[in-house]
Design a binder for this molecule. Structure first.
Ligand SMILES: Nc1nc2c(c(=O)[nH]1)N[C@H]1C(S)=C(S)[C@@H](COP(=O)(O)OP(=O)(O)OC[C@H]3O[C@@H](n4cnc5c(N)ncnc54)[C@H](O)[C@@H]3O)O[C@H]1N2
Ligand code: MOO
Length: 411
């Protein structure tokens, strides 16, 4: 991220982990035709070229008077009012010399008119209108100035938001070709896990990753198949994984990826496919497992709740977006002045739960939550993003620090 040389030992740099995953992303799912009102969050499977010019014809950007600029003296002057055109009217009669027509926003310019003057700058006297000096093209939206017929409107690989859907509608496109939603099976691993609402026996905790990861996946446009907790027993893990691999395009699990021995997940996956344990230079989120189960990619994020959340946001998200056919999958960090000093030098890149706080002059600065434990989620709830501090990097108050907003990472 900064070009700094870090001795990471046997840890894999975060960027390498992401690019290794992207290299192995499966091809996007099959395509389907859908209506525009079903298109929110879906990924375009083919380039879309505009079937029309946008705008379709020259039209007025203001309520006012349309004229031919050469008819108006340099210092402004009087023209005869030759008609009235509202939005939805058809402008067929050409504008006569020394005339202006009253026109409304969005209405077509009559042939010959090339300029519009807003009504509040004009003076009416009976059949005549006085117009101030104007330049050719003022307040005119020219045919095709936004997009020309046949030109690229949206590229394949784009995830559709409200504005893209509006653009497609504006071009008269009713149906589009998108990728089918990616099917992801979600599994939790850990004998200690119980569901919220159930009583807890000593040593047991509630399963938070299941709920948190499922919502992340849905936010990324994925269809979630929730397998709950895998029984901590080889045959049961094998059964759940094999079912999941037949039902889904991809498997995501949490827990059981560090050095623990209590772990049937690893053995079950080795029997059904293959697994590679990575140690990534990020904190939280060092352990991550990547492999395949019966030919379907499987990613295992760490069990600690904040480590699971942040690994999913930073490392898993680009992979899942690419597997959905998206081209632009990396978040764009902002450089924002730090409101803190960070003097410790870390081997692992820090992803610190942080918030943007406006100072006296309105300038934003990044504040850190005092509790950065990977086992706790309260700091992530307080935060609106992650401050990223690279390995060996020290930060002094007011230095720029990279900030990744949750709003970006969660879509
Ligand atoms: N000797 C070492 N121990 C650990 C290391 C290490 O390098 N050497 N790494 C630590 C780090 S960093 C992390 S992160 C964790 C990751 O461990 P696992 O992915 O194997 O996860 P578990 O051991 O299953 O669980 C860790 C922790 O998280 C809780 N957990 C698990 N699943 C859930 C869930 N679905 N909802 C809520 N909480 C969950 C679990 O109870 C544990 O407390 O390993 C460190 N250890
Ligand atoms: O790196 Mo672990 O993922 O800190 O908790």
């Amino acid at each position: 991220m900064t070009g700094r040389v870090c001795d990471l030992g046997n840890l894999m740099p975060v960027d390498e982990a992401i690019s290794r995953l992207l290299d192995q992303a499966p091809p996007p799912p099959l395509v389907q035709m859908i209506r525009l009102d079903q298109a929110m969050g879906r990924v375009l499977a083919a380039d879309i070229h505009s079937p029309v010019n946008l705008p379709a014809w020259d039209n007025s950007a203001m309520d006012g008077y349309a004229l031919r600029a050469v008819d108006l003296p340099e210092e402004g002057g009087w023209l005869l009012i030759g008609g009235r055109i509202a939005a939805g009217d058809q402008a067929c009669a050409p504008l006569l010399a020394q005339q202006a027509v009253q026109i409304f926003t969005g209405a077509p310019l009559p042939p010959g008119a090339d300029t519009v003057v807003p009504q509040e700058r004009c003076r009416i006297d009976g059949e005549r209108v006085w117009l101030p000096p104007a330049s050719v093209g003022d307040h005119v939206r020219k045919e095709g100035e936004e997009v020309r017929r046949g030109h690229l409107l949206l590229k394949a690989g784009k995830r559709l938001r409200a504005q893209e859907i509006g653009l497609l509608a504006g071009a008269g496109i009713a149906r589009i070709e998108v990728y089918r939603p990616l099917q992801v099976c979600l599994l939790s691993s850990g004998n200690e896990l119980r569901e919220p609402g159930d009583p807890l026996a000593p040593g047991q905790i509630y399963n938070s990753n299941r709920y948190c990861l499922a919502e992340l996946l849905r936010g990324w446009g994925v269809e979630v198949h929730d397998y709950g907790v895998m029984a901590d027993e080889l045959a049961a893990s094998r059964h759940a994984l094999s079912l999941a691999s037949s039902e889904c395009d991809l498997l995501l699990s949490s827990g059981g990826v560090s050095v623990g021995e209590e772990d049937h997940l690893k053995h079950a996956i080795e029997e059904l496919g293959s697994v590679d344990f990575w140690r990534i230079a990020m904190q939280p989120g060092k352990p991550l497992a990547f492999g395949e189960v019966a030919g379907k990619p499987w990613i295992g994020v760490p069990g600690n709740p904040s480590a699971a959340l942040i690994t999913a946001l930073v490392v898993v998200r680009p992979f899942l977006l690419r597997a959905q056919g998206m081209t632009d999958v990396m978040p764009r960090p902002l450089a924002v002045p730090a409101g803190f000093d960070w003097l410790q030098r870390n081997k692992r890149r820090q992803y610190l739960r942080a918030r943007l706080t406006p100072g006296a002059g309105g300038q934003l600065s990044v504040e850190l939550h005092p509790q950065q434990s990977s086992a706790m989620l309260t700091a992530a709830c307080w935060a609106d993003g992650l401050a990223v501090i690279d390995c060996e990097q020290q930060v002094l108050k007011h230095d720029n620090v990279m900030f990744l907003s949750f709003a970006d990472l969660m879509q």
